[in-house]
Design a binder for this molecule. Structure first.
Ligand code: TGC
Ligand code: FAD
Length: 387
């Protein structure tokens, strides 16, 4: 039987017919196409590339765009789709939300007409994959200190630097590379095959194993001057992209938590100890109540955030609150579920440990839990505590 959802507060009554249709379609895709293969992908440490055409066919790439072949769905429908994808695995949501928020979004928002024509249709149809190079080996939470540089050379730019921990790195046909030009952060489109540009997979990860994570190397990499994203200067360019990515993660984390909750409830009802299902013990019930309560609160945060985003009123600080709360919530739920499953909970025959391990990455990426905390602290007090 497929996943029937977790909806304790009747949120389904608030979703439109179209939002539910999209959610249910992605839910079915995850049940039929992701869950049967994800254990092998995770164990092998490979992103299941065979899913890319199907993800594109579902309209999940460029999903909120109305142009260039995008499906033009609303912010809540998009959030629900991310929720369902991450119910399958964080790696599937990552693939999709990086392609959308960190590649299609900056090309659409900051790109030239020629850049849009060249890349958006292919990225939306899943014929091309993109990645987003902001983090460097020595600069993660503080990307403003990046060392990657671009220099002008006639009709070209020469790029030098290294980007680390980049999702979709080795799959990507095009990388959005953020680098300093005359000391100012700018975005550049670097195409695979360009001399001086190479990528390598990061091996031995114990988290996000079904996601492609790698490094980008730029060594005297010469790109045409037309590959500069003309529409933005400064750190606000990549940070605007991160608003999109963090929004997707806030919803995705709910999906991961739902998967763990469902698994824990089913397991607790059938697992017998001391001649009783473990679900009959108060300590186990308390954990299930904690999970359901936290999932419900996170769903309400997402729903309201989605409403605000749809009318252009979602503030970056509200997105930070949702990312921070929902990822910590999901990690907590995954650990509780893993505990309820006892020893069985440490095997990949169940989902909770996979989600738990993935969520350790999600806690760090797109701005760590601390960074989201300090973004909110600054908003509350007016005092910046990063530096
Ligand atoms: P700060 O001086 O605060 O800001 C620089 C400029 O940016 C503006 N700004 C924003 N604009 C849009 N959206 C936001 N959320 C913004 N936050 C700030 C700001 O107004 C300013 O504009 P202007 O015009 O005055 O220049 O910058 P700071 O250097 O003090 O840094 C602030 C801080 C620490 C919050 C920021 O650097 C940060 O968020 N750090 C975390 C880095 C991060 O999140 N990296 C993620 C990399 S990508 C990734 O992880 C993908 S994972 C794949 C997956 O999703 O699975
Ligand atoms: P650091 O910044 O070194 O932080 C280490 C610790 O110090 C953390 O606990 C942090 O919260 C804390 N800390 C740092 N500064 C402060 C402070 N001022 N106050 C309090 N605590 C602080 N990046 C990309 O650009 N593109 C991608 O596609 C991408 N995908 C990723 C995929 C995965 C699976 C992972 C794990 C990471 C990915 N990242 C990507 C990188 C990610 O964004 C960074 O890991 C993240 O921003 C944190 O940077 P860091 O790992 O260098 O940690």
């Amino acid at each position: 039987m497929g996943f029937s959802g977790v909806d304790y507060f009747g949120l389904d009554d608030l979703f439109t017919h179209e939002q539910k249709l999209i959610r249910n379609t992605v839910r079915q895709f995850v049940d039929e196409e992701v869950l049967p293969i994800i254990k092998e992908s995770f164990e092998a440490g490979h992103f299941p590339t065979q899913l890319i055409p199907k993800i594109a066919e579902l309209g999940l790439l460029g999903a909120t765009l109305k142009e260039y072949g995008g499906a033009g769905i609303d912010a809540i429908a998009y959030g629900l789709a991310m929720q369902e994808l991450e119910r399958g695995d964080s790696g599937i949501r990552s693939f999709c939300s990086v392609q959308n928020g960190l590649v299609i979004y900056p090309i659409y928002t900051f790109g030239s007409p020629e850049q849009k024509e060249r890349w958006l249709p292919k990225l939306i149809q899943g014929e091309a994959v993109g990645c987003f190079g902001l983090t460097e080996p020595e600069h993660g939470s503080d990307p403003g200190a990046m060392e990657t540089v671009a220099e002008r050379d006639g009709n070209y730019f020469i790029l030098n630097g290294t980007k680390a921990w980049i999702t979709n790195a080795t799959l990507a046909h095009v990388a959005i590379v953020w680098a300093k030009l005359d000391g100012v952060i700018r975005g550049f489109l670097v195409e695979r095959g360009t001399k001086g540009f190479s990528t390598a997979k990061i091996e031995h990860k114990m988290s996000a194993r079904a996601s492609d994570t790698g490094e980008l190397y730029l060594h005297d990499c010469r790109i045409p001057k037309e590959n500069l994203l003309p529409g933005v200067e400064g750190l606000k360019g990549p940070l605007m992209c991160l608003n999109q990515g963090r929004y997707a993660i806030a919803w995705g984390a709910v999906g991961a938590a739902m998967a763990c909750y469902e698994e824990a409830v089913e397991y607790a009802k059938q697992r017998v100890q001391f001649d009783k299902p473990i679900a009959s013990f108060q300590l186990v019930q308390e954990k299930l109540v904690e999970m359901l309560t936290e999932i419900t609160k996170a769903q309400l945060v997402c729903f309201r955030l989605g409403q605000l985003k749809e009318v252009g009123k979602g503030k970056p600080v509200q997105i930070s609150l949702a990312k921070r709360n929902n990822v910590a919530m999901a990690l907590h739920c995954a650990r509780l579920a893993r505990d309820i499953l006892g020893a069985n909970g440490i095997t990949l025959d169940y989902q909770s440990i996979r989600h738990m391990l993935n969520l350790e990455s999600v806690y760090t990426l797109e701005g760590t839990d601390h960074i989201q905390t300090l973004i909110l602290g600054q908003d509350i007090t007016g005092i910046q505590a990063f530096k």
